[in-house]
Ligand binder design. Structure first.
Ligand code: PLP
Length: 458
């Protein structure tokens, strides 16, 4: 629809008014949400501008000569870059029910704590107008060190010198993969796994070797065989509330993976993105808590529990790996803005932080239960693969004969955004699953969401 509107616009003068949403919906036989999504694309391209209460008009700037970038195709040459922009980072019209993204709605975040920290920090000239140390503010590094050290079951203690602060977990895992493996080398990943980790691996020219998930997490023998067969030294994994499946590795898998890493002289990049996002019992300690000799590169993100607008994570590693990762992170962003780091320090030190985490857990549990209940009511033919004990989503198997990408596309035209499972597999794009995240949308809209999915599958 956006394509046809573009053609329509090309033939009309700047300032001309577009037909109303109602007329466009009738002409194209689509819902008003689809019309709004198409118009938003045109607004983003600068082709039209909306004047609230008046209508949508062809923008004056579209008269400019179109940019001719055809030369870039030759100049850039062949590319194997993973060019999927994960559905979780897409934006949709405000009335679309957003079950696609893992970024939490404001009602899940510590708004009052953040506001008061921002006010306090904005009065500090030192923080407002100075650079930060490349590895991060000492108080924030110390918080991440204490957080892991408090769960240690083996090895010497962790202190702030073992920590690097990064702009969220994504930056930490990109820097780690770049530092630990050379382009062309293989890394081992769980299948399915987080699309952003796969994108980072691809962008660095790494080959991804998948190992299957099992009911206990993974089979350590599979890991051992994959490391040996591919000469790999790096395993990226999420042992606790994996995104997208919700899996948790059992205690014996955790212990055996440590043994495999030691025997194969390999690294685990442990992505602990959801440590604060459990619903009932506290999660098992991270694998890094038992690491004695620097096999685990531990990434603890606060983006989902503190705020996506603050985006800080701590990376803990030991030895030359830590030094290499520090350089790898530094070359892309020098340092994380001290303002956001200091806001994080203040919120984490506030007694309200633990109250916030408890409230967050209660709300997430309600959302998980309500989304499951609505799926059972409206779409009993789909299978919620497990009842997760933490994280932000349900991993749902579609009935035979349905393809996730098509289901996601059709759902969007009816006003529901979900993530097609095909984005989450490193090799075969298994098209049978969808991820439905309850992070961004409160449970009051799940009845409608489940009804839309039912309509799509009918
Ligand atoms: C499993 C996993 N790891 C890492 C990240 C990136 O974390 P951040 O938003 O802190 O960069 C995400 C974000 O959704 C994620 O789901």
């Amino acid at each position: 629809m956006a394509g046809e509107l573009r053609a329509w616009i090309r033939e009309r003068p700047a300032g001309a008014k577009l037909p109303s949403t109602r007329i466009l919906a009738g002409e194209y036989q689509v819902g008003p949400v689809t019309v709004q999504s198409a118009l938003q694309l045109l607004v983003a391209d600068g082709l039209v501008e909306t004047r609230p209460g008046v209508g949508t008009f062809i923008a004056a700037t579209r008269q400019a000569r179109p940019v001719d970038v055809s030369w870039q195709t030759t100049a850039l040459g062949w590319s194997d870059v993973f060019d999927v922009e994960g559905s979780g980072v897409r934006t949709h019209a405000p009335d679309v029910i957003g079950l696609h993204t893992g970024y939490p709605s404001p009602s899940l975040l510590p708004g009052a704590l953040l506001r008061s920290a921002v006010q306090k920090v904005s009065r500090d000239p030192e923080i407002l107008m100075s650079a930060a140390p490349a590895s991060g503010l000492p108080q924030l590094r110390a918080w991440f060190a204490r957080d892991l050290d408090g769960q240690r079951t083996g090895g010497s203690g962790i202190d702030e010198s073992d920590v690097i602060v990064t702009s969220g977990g994504q930056s930490a895992l990109s820097a780690s993969l770049r530092a630990l493996a050379a382009p062309g080398e293989a890394i081992i990943v769980e299948s399915p796994t987080y699309w952003g980790a796969m994108a980072a691996a691809k962008a660095h020219g790494l080959r991804m070797i998948p190992i299957a998930r099992t009911k206990d997490g993974i089979d350590p023998a599979d890991l051992d065989a994959a490391l040996a067969a591919h000469g790999s030294r790096v395993f990226y994994a999420q042992p606790t509330y994996a995104n997208p499946t919700g899996d948790v590795w059992s205690p014996h898998v955790r212990a055996e993976v440590m043994q495999v890493l030691a025997a194969r002289k390999a690294f685990l990049v442990e992505d602990d993105w959801a440590r604060d996002l459990y619903y009932d019992a506290e999660p098992l300690p991270p694998i890094a808590a038992a690491d004695e000799n620097g096999h685990v590169v531990y990434i603890r993100s606060l983006t989902k529990s503190l705020s996506p607008a603050i985006r800080v994570a701590g990376l803990v590693a030991r030895g030359p790996a830590l030094r290499r990762i520090r350089s790898s992170r530094w070359v892309s962003e020098l340092f994380v803005p001290p303002f956001t780091q200091q806001v994080a320090v203040d919120v984490l030190a506030h007694p309200g932080w633990n109250r916030h985490r408890a409230a967050l857990r209660r709300e997430l549990r309600t959302r998980r239960d309500e989304l499951r209940a609505q799926l059972t009511r409206a779409v009993p033919e789909v299978e919620v693969t497990q009842v997760p004990r933490g994280g932000l989503s349900l991993w749902v198997r579609l009935p035979r004969g349905h393809h996730a990408a098509e289901v996601a596309e059709r759902a969007l035209t009816l006003g529901l955004a979900i993530s097609p499972g095909s984005e989450w597999f490193p090799t075969e794009p298994y098209d049978q699953f969808i991820r439905m995240s309850f992070a961004a949308t409160p449970h009051t809209r799940y009845v409608e969401a489940a009804n839309i999915l039912a309509e799509v599958l009918r």
